[in-house]
Design a protein around this ligand. Structure first.
Ligand code: 26W
Length: 824
């Protein structure tokens, strides 16, 4: 949506007419070409979607006018991933249309909930980083910050996970198969994006050497817009996802030569750029197509940013940092630093020094991981072939940077190799994090502990040379989706008690603290949790054909499957409980249901082996009569946003048990605690800050600290066998994994897991934390027996989650990094 000059803007009345029901009927007939009778769920979902969208569209047009009129500084959030989940209830919630919708469909043979289930999740991301981007979109709109989300419109999102015979099987996620009513495609609005070719030097009219990028191949980027409404405001932001398309002009030469197939192949090649999301998280993908995706997103986005800037400010590029902030969501879009320079240098004819100053003031970079395998590098050869002019610019940035180091840090010649953007070796590599740090005025980690690790270890030398650049912004989550929408029952109870201001001001939840000791309120609190557990149990029944007893302790770990997240510990605890029952079938234990879900990267074999183990253990436990009423276990297939909305409100216990120092922040931890789950966790990521907020007595902390992990690894002090020799139960559990207990007839199936723990040094220190974890779990169970005490702690957890609102996080970015203010 672009607005033309205000002075020539005529008055229009584009208000939606009639009732919502009339609008639904109109769309069913005129947009969808269906009859309103007999009412069909799918058509009514879409009719409702279009009717809701119409109402939002009005506000959106007004918001865009506001932006234009106010000349406000804009924030551009660049992310290769978003995980918005479903939109219908988000729009209805934020437009406060619930009652109107209920009234409109009251005579229909289906509920609003049933219509909601018709929508397919937009799974355009892998995990935490993508969901964080979507929570930030919600908060920027709610805070009336003129923010734009930019990304890619993948035809296929994160794969659909099936569990077949206990194994993960990936199916393609054709999420737009039935259409996607929330986007507006700008079909007439295409940008060219260039690849390959070469850089050509020439002398310009004033005798300066300049460069142009020639002999390129072009593809086209089409804008697909999605509206992002704020809560409690009429403000609506925009998210723009680029799709690669071809047009006739592109294929014309082939057609002219009569080469029809060649032309079609070219079209297919071109369209494949945004075909599919890369499904690996925390592991850099070295493939050319991935770099193409990154540059495609960046080039189209910067084109848009520059066009919008120039429309208002012409060639006054020195004003750019006062008008534009660009946030890089990890290094994935960090080629933007070079593209931004190329635009200023080669297209706008700005000199190097001025261009560089503008770039650094404009960019900021968020780091989301310390795992070495996740830090992106690109072979110089590949980058130079795909983006020759950008490689030249990166060389020049690096040259000037190394020169600065020589001048300013003459006693530190070691910094040259350590900090160079180019990593020397048999294959020379471009280190994208170095480019992002050097090209940004602010670099942030996503929790206090993570930011400290960045400053003191991962980017330690950068912290020496740029002492004020590395900072922290602790992550947050949007209370609109993760409490109000996912848990209307608890929302209502909270609002009855303290009013509903918490929805836009989460610190208000503190007013629940005095109620934590109120027996009557505890009873109501417990009753709501029971409803959510019943609903979750019914969901598990639909998916897995067994329904856990809602009176059991629901012990939940849901997230991507990764060794460092240590799903293995949860499974080993399940095995230990099972083994205790095998030894003593009369054992009096607190009934427990262990719930796991998560996707493994398709090429991550050990993670897939862990999924198989979880399913195998679950099958044995659930089919053994001695476990009846005491222990059950579920692995839910296809974890995604809409599933998280069902699982998290039904949890009693939240498992956040990564090896200390390895989980940058975690955001699931916040969602669970907000919904009244107690946490069992390590001192890692944002768990540390959750503990500070809720009090150490209201969280179950265990295990090694990040300092201990580091010392033990560096000193080579850790030997898992030492623990195995001293712990009979641990030996028993390991023995059950290595034998064919869980894989009858297939001995050795879980050998990779055993070997990783005992032969390959147990890098993630599962064995080291096993006993402390089991002891803490015992304490969890004992606490759970005391219903009142559990309820008290649960209320205190929710009450102290104010800090973890993404509104707070966005305010910090706005103030400390972007220097923007909300619109008037
Ligand atoms: C290049 C391959 C790749 C893809 C994605 C590498 C790394 C990623 C992401 C950075 C992985 C990710 O989602 N990280 C998570 O980010 C969350 C939001 O900040 C944090 O809460 C999680 O701790 C972190 O694992």
């Amino acid at each position: 949506m672009e607005v033309s000059d205000q002075s020539s803007r005529p008055e229009h009345d584009f208000k939606c007419q009639g009732t919502l029901l009339q609008a639904i009927h109109r769309h069913v007939v005129t947009t969808l070409g269906n009859d309103v009778f007999p009412p069909r769920k799918e058509t009514y979902y879409k009719g409702l979607a279009y009717a809701v969208r119409d109402r939002l569209m009005e506000r959106w047009v007004m918001a865009q006018r506001d932006f234009y009129d106010q000349k406000a500084k804009r924030v551009y959030y660049l992310s290769m991933e978003y995980l918005p989940g479903r939109f219908l209830m988000n729009y209805i919630t934020n437009l406060e249309l619930e009652q109107e919708v209920e009234a409109a469909i009251k005579d229909m043979p289906f509920t609003l909930q049933a219509l909601e289930e018709e929508e397919w999740d937009a799974g355009l991301g892998n995990g935490g980083l993508g969901r964080l981007a979507s929570c930030f979109m919600d908060s920027m709109a709610t805070l009336k910050i003129p923010g734009y989300g930019y990304g890619l419109r993948y035809d296929y999102g994160i794969f659909f996970q099936k569990i077949v015979n206990g194994y993960q099987v990936e199916k393609s996620d054709n999420w737009i198969r039935n259409g996607f009513p929330w986007e507006i495609k700008r079909t007439g609005f295409l940008y060219d994006v260039n690849f390959y070719g070469r850089s050509q030097a020439y002398i310009d009219s004033v005798g300066e050497t300049r460069y142009r990028w020639v002999d390129t191949q072009q593809v086209h980027a089409m804008a697909c817009d999605i509206m992002i409404p704020g809560y409690g405001t009429k403000h609506v932001n925009n998210m723009r996802l680029w799709e690669s398309v071809s047009d006739e002009a592109f294929s014309l030469t082939h057609f002219n030569d009569g080469d029809y197939t060649g032309a079609m192949q070219a079209k297919v090649r071109e369209e494949s750029i945004t075909k599919v999301l890369y499904p690996s998280d925390e592991k850099a993908e070295g493939r050319e197509l991935r770099l193409k995706q990154q540059y495609f997103m960046v080039a189209a986005t910067l084109h848009d940013i520059f066009r919008r800037f120039k429309k208002k400010h012409g060639q006054e590029f020195q004003k750019l940092p006062d008008q534009v902030a660009i946030q890089l969501n990890d290094t994935h879009p960090s080629i933007a630093v070079a593209e931004f320079m190329r635009r200023l240098l080669d297209e706008e004819m700005v000199g190097w020094d001025q261009a560089w100053e503008i770039a650094v003031k404009t960019f900021a970079y968020t780091n989301h991981t310390v795992l070495p395998e996740a830090l992106e590098t690109w072979p110089v050869e590949l980058l130079g072939r795909l983006l020759p002019r950008h490689l030249e610019i990166i060389y020049e940035i690096n040259h000037r940077f190394l020169e600065m180091l020589r001048q300013d840090f003459p006693h530190r010649p070691d910094l040259q190799n350590k900090l160079s953007i180019i990593k020397e070796g048999p294959t020379r590599l471009v280190r994208m994090a170095h480019l992002a740090i050097i090209g940004s005025h602010a670099v942030n980690g996503v929790a206090e502990l993570h930011s400290r690790i960045i400053r003191e270890s991962l980017f330690r030398d950068f912290n020496t040379i740029y002492p004020d650049r590395l900072t922290n912004v602790t992550n947050g989550i949007t209370p609109r989706r993760w409490l109000r929408q996912a848990n209307p029952e608890l929302s209502q109870l909270i609002s009855q008690a303290i009013g509903d201001a918490w929805i836009a001001d989460l610190d208000q939840l503190k007013r629940l603290i005095p109620l934590a000791d109120d027996a009557a309120f505890q009873q109501q609190w417990i009753a709501v949790k029971r409803i959510k557990k019943q609903q979750l149990s019914a969901y598990i029944q639909r998916k897995l054909k067994f329904s856990p007893n809602p009176d059991a302790l629901f012990d939940v770990q849901v997230k991507r499957i990764h060794e460092y997240k240590r799903q293995l510990l949860t499974i080993m605890h399940g095995i230990a409980l099972y083994r205790r029952l095998l030894i003593n079938p009369q054992l009096d234990m607190v009934p427990r249901t262990i719930i796991l879900a998560g996707k493994a990267a398709p090429a991550y074999h050990l993670a897939k082996n862990i999924i198989k183990l979880a399913n195998a253990v679950a099958e044995q436990i659930n089919n053994n009569p001695i476990c009846q009423g005491k222990l059950s276990m579920a692995f839910l297939p296809n974890y995604c946003i809409s599933q998280a909305e069902k699982v998290i409100p039904g949890a009693d216990l939240s498992e956040q048990i990564s090896t200390a120092g390895m989980e940058a922040s975690g955001t699931g931890n916040m969602k669970f605690a907000l919904n009244g789950a107690l946490t069992i966790g390590t001192l890692d990521g944002a768990n540390v800050e959750i503990m500070e907020e809720v009090g150490a007595e209201n969280i179950f902390i265990f295990g090694l600290t990040s300092e201990e992990v580091e010392q033990w690894r560096e000193g080579g002090l850790y030997n898992p066998r030492w623990y195995v020799e001293r712990d009979e139960e641990l030996r028993g559990v390991l023995q059950m994994i290595s034998s064919d207990t869980f894989c009858p007839g297939q001995p050795g199936l879980f050998e990779p897991i055993r070997a990783s723990l005992l032969e390959r040094g147990d890098y993630y220190m599962v064995i080291a934390d096993f006993r402390a974890y089991l002891d803490r779990q015992q304490e969890v169970a004992e606490t759970y027996r005391n219903t009142g005490e559990w309820a008290r702690r649960s209320i205190l957890n929710t009450a102290n989650m104010g800090k973890f609102s993404s509104d707070r996080a966005i305010r910090e970015y706005a103030r400390n990094i972007w220097d923007v203010e909300p619109l008037r």
